[in-house]
Write a protein that binds this ligand. Sequence first.
Ligand code: SAH
Length: 265
Amino acid sequence: MIQFDILTLFPEMFAGVFDTSIIGRARERGFVEITLHNIRDYAPGKHRVTDDTPYGGGGGMIMKPEPIFYAVEAILNVEIPKEGYNKLHRQGYPPIVLLTPQGQPLGQPLVQKWVTDYERILFICGRYEGVDERVRQYLATDELSIGDYVLSGGEIAAMVMVDAMTRLIPGVLGDTEATTKDSHSDGLLEYPHYTRPAEFRGHGIPEILLSGHHANLEVWRRQQSLARTLARRPDLLTATDLSEADQSFLDSLPQNPAAGEDEGD
Ligand code: SAH
């Protein structure tokens, strides 16, 4: 069971994604608990202002620090010390992730580590030009990015992370093996999949899939994974533990960009 707390100005964005399919079922079955917190509810004053113009000018709006600090204090029922939340995190309080294109890029090993290490995670979704720097300095324990591009808000990034983590919680997917073979789990891209019909518009499927020969099939799948990774993402191969058999298979491949493509017929 993992608890996710999401701090956002737009909680309504999450309906749909969090209510459907795997995440929806994981919530119903108690594998995850997701709580959406509207930052506006914690903004002081009659007008509940959550953003303001940047000091020094430059245009755009910046999310104010107070509502975000107050929200965390209320959610965790704690007072954040002047030196910053990290002190509390070291005492066992949950990590607070600031979603930002300036953060550490998310990858499958990181997702796996977070699922293993934590029972509760808070996410802060920025909007506009982003959040006041003091949120980063004295509140966030981690800064994560979902890739080198800029979104209009952290909400979609939070959805990506909650989705990627939830499907790794043991029991969430029926077949636990499925996640260990997924692309990026072992540093390789996954082999191609086929389902019925065996022939579609004159396009067949690889014979091996119909052979019923389990050992040969495993070899074929491994080789497909290797060939695809070499063709599409050779950068991943350098970070992967390869067996001697893997290496000699790779050495036997023509080093052209089409390797691993169109082997369906
Ligand atoms: N001016 C900021 C970008 C603001 S984008 C900068 O240049 O760094 C608005 C908000 O969207 C950010 O505060 C962040 O929460 C979210 N966001 C944008 N791109 C993101 C990414 N690649 N990963 C995670 N969050 C992102």
